[in-house]
Ligand binder design. Structure first.
Ligand SMILES: Nc1ncnc2c1ncn2[C@@H]1O[C@H](COP(=O)(O)OP(=O)(O)OP(=O)(O)O)[C@@H](O)[C@H]1O
Length: 240
């Protein structure tokens, strides 16, 4: 028998309670290096809470997280960034008064210094197509471009795992098509985990889909398997 590849990310028994609410309950979740994974589920299913524990925004009530073979359960967020994780959460991180370039450079400097940070900034802006707008105040960008700016901020950290929370929310059809193309270019060098409500994005982009319901993993599989899954249809897809 061959040696099993080490998964990039594994959670075991990961749990988070908020004063009686079981937001995430005993989740065993695994990501293989290089994959594009979608995390779906109805409002309140626990997706953001799960991802927040993975990236170190909130501590778990119980359970463990391993990244790249190391137990990172108690690592602060910045140490996880150094280890190769990056995440974007809905617009929260943009400084509207600062130029586009500076926004991305601030993110790059969480991992690198000096010229290396500037080079990573330029590369990330070119990758998402915002290099021409590098000098504009971020607050002047159209909404779709602000979402791309957030992705550039993640990319500037050259992550091995990029976590995106609802990246296509509020984007136009054209912008969504550009987003899909961008993500396809990033994988498999970068592993992608995206929380996504847009089913066409999930079905076209993700190699595997994880469905959460009431804090637990309800199902996992290829897009075709998930579409055909009765429990998923009842809990989620059927209501959409
Ligand atoms: N800081 C918090 N304090 C109290 N309850 C919380 C907190 N964060 C999340 N919850 C609760 O935990 C549950 C899971 O929420 P979570 O935001 O993780 O779900 P979600 O699947 O990301 O939903 P959505 O698709 O609406 O973003 C919900 O019942 C939510 O109200």
């Amino acid at each position: 028998m061959g040696v099993a590849a080490v998964s990039l990310l594994t959670t075991s028994g990961l749990t988070r309670h908020f004063s009686g609410i079981h937001a995430v309950e005993g989740v065993d979740f695994t990501l293989e290096a290089g994959e594009i994974r979608a995390l779906i589920g109805s409002n309140g299913a626990g997706k953001t809470t799960l991802v927040s524990m993975i990236c170190g925004r909130i501590p778990p009530s119980a359970g463990e997280i391993h990244f790249d073979g190391r137990d990172i359960t108690r690592w602060p967020a910045h140490r996880r960034i150094m280890a190769g994780m990056a995440y974007t959460f809905q617009i929260s991180s943009i400084y509207a008064g600062l130029p586009v370039f500076e926004n991305v450079a601030l993110a790059a400097r969480r991992k690198r210094r000096g010229r290396a940070a500037e080079a990573a900034t330029q590369e990330a802006l070119m990758r998402v197509g915002l290099w021409e707008r590098a000098d504009q105040p971020a607050g002047d960008l159209a909404y779709g471009h602000q979402r791309l700016l957030e992705i550039a901020m993640g990319l500037a950290q050259s992550p091995r795992l990029l976590i995106l929370d609802e990246p296509t929310q509020g984007l136009s059809e054209g912008e969504i098509a550009a987003f899909k193309a961008l993500i396809r270019e990033l994988a498999p060098a970068t592993t992608i985990l995206l929380i996504e409500h847009n089913m066409s994005v999930v079905m076209e982009l993700a190699e595997r889909v994880t469905v959460m319901d009431m804090g637990r993993i309800l199902a996992e599989g290829t897009p075709a398997e998930i579409r055909a899954n009765r429990a998923v249809q009842a809990a989620y897809l059927g209501t959409g």
